[in-house]
Design a protein around this ligand. Structure first.
Ligand code: KG4
Ligand code: ZN
Length: 373
């Protein structure tokens, strides 16, 4: 993947209006899974400060996130994470115009911690509060200016509407993003998410948690044709996903094999599994591009977001697909793919600009589809 073709962020339709006003600063808080994170962003799409406290080491010995441990770890970390973020930005709470936090979907114990912290700050300082849908954070973060891994600024604009592959640990959806708060579901998984499939296959191989990055790394040294994983639904029209067949195939291959597994076996297994996921995503996105709703909207940009967007092969395949369809490919930099406070701060700021602030107290939602905003 060549970096100059990757766009990281944009302003969109509100640019001209916002540029003529004084900058707006938003403090955003994320706590829906195993990262306690806070960030301050401004309306010029800059990240002023960003702290991500990852709990992954605490959950690793259990092979996955333990909700009760996560909630407790969020409680212990949240004050310090917010305080350090403010310090890093050189701003005080007086300089902040709006407070935002994830209000769902996610593990409710963790969501409550961040949401109550944000509510407390907003009430004590009499500032507006935005309830951010975590998925909208992933969906809008490609519009935030940031820095690519090679240190170059991503300053080419991603305009609405865009076609989004949202692939995380909890979700796998193809969405047409018409604007802030305007999402049209084109396809979604009927069972597991893509991230769950990576995590489960890694667990079967005894590779640890989270599985995605480990499988991605192992796949680089493997033979992608060694195992014939199925590509479920690929012979059928439509844009939905199902990962259960791929998982069952993984189990069956492993049951037939003698233990212990060799390094070569694991690398080939990871490469073959990842190849199936990549083909699958490409097939479903190909169908999405031919969907009448998508054709009518005419998105010019193909975007990938969510933790699985870190996957090197998925990024490369989507970039290829975009160029074949005369589209531009956009992907957030690696640290903004997995859960982070900057995406929540940015989604909070975008919602604030259209007046979408909390007017009466709300209860956080463990389930909250993007189509119900
Ligand atoms: O977006 P995220 O941080 O959390 C949710 O909102 O669910 O995504 C976490 C998921 C995990 O399943 C993890 O295995 C996966 O993203 N992931 C990857 C890679 N890096 C993280 N999957 C495939 N390849 C990667 N390089
Ligand atoms: Zn997420």
């Amino acid at each position: 993947m060549t970096d100059e073709k990757v766009i990281v962020m944009n302003m969109g339709t509100l640019d001209s209006r916002v540029h003529s006003e004084k900058p707006v600063f938003c403090l955003g808080i994320e706590s829906s899974c195993d990262e306690t994170s806070a960030a301050i962003v401004d309306s010029d799409r800059n990240i002023l400060a960003h702290i991500i406290y990852s709990q992954i080491p605490e959950h690793q010995k259990y092979g996955g996130v333990v909700p009760e441990l996560a909630a407790r770890a969020h409680i212990l970390a949240i004050d310090q994470v917010i305080e350090q973020t403010l310090q890093m930005s050189g701003k005080s709470l007086d300089d902040i115009d709006v407070i935002a936090a994830t209000a769902g979907p996610g593990l409710i114990g963790g969501v409550l911690v961040g949401w109550m912290a944000a509510t407390g700050i907003a009430q004590a300082t009499n500032k507006p509060l935005v309830a951010v849908n975590h998925l909208e954070g992933h969906a809008l973060v490609p519009r935030l200016k940031s820095t690519l891994a090679d240190g170059t600024a991503g300053d080419v604009a991603v305009q609405f509407p865009y076609l989004l592959m949202l692939a995380s640990g909890g979700h796998c959806q193809i969405l047409l993003v018409h604007g802030v708060g305007q999402y049209e579901m084109i396809g979604q998984t009927l069972d597991d998410s893509a991230g769950e499939a990576f995590d489960k296959v890694a667990k079967m191989l005894g590779l640890g948690y989270p599985g995605g990055p480990i499988v991605d790394k192992r796949a680089k040294d493997g033979d992608r044709t060694a195992f014939k994983f199925p590509r479920p639904l690929c012979d059928k029209p439509g844009c939905d996903f199902s990962f259960s067949g791929i998982k069952t195939a993984a189990r069956t291959f492993l049951d037939k094999n003698q233990k212990p597994l060799t390094d070569k076996y694991i690398n080939d297994f990871c490469a073959s599994f990842q190849a199936a996921v990549v083909d699958y995503i490409t097939n479903r996105l190909g169908n999405a591009l031919n969907d009448n709703r998508v054709k009518a909207a005419g998105p010019k940009t193909l975007v990938v977001a969510g933790g699985v967007a870190k996957n090197s092969e998925i990024r490369a395949a989507m970039e290829n697909l975009a160029h074949k369809n005369n589209m531009v490919f956009a992907a957030p930099p690696m640290n903004l793919c997995t859960d982070n406070g900057a995406m929540i701060a940015w989604a909070g700021l975008e919602n604030f600009r259209i007046g979408n602030v909390v007017k009466t107290p709300i209860a956080p939602r463990p389930r909250w589809p993007l189509t119900e905003l």
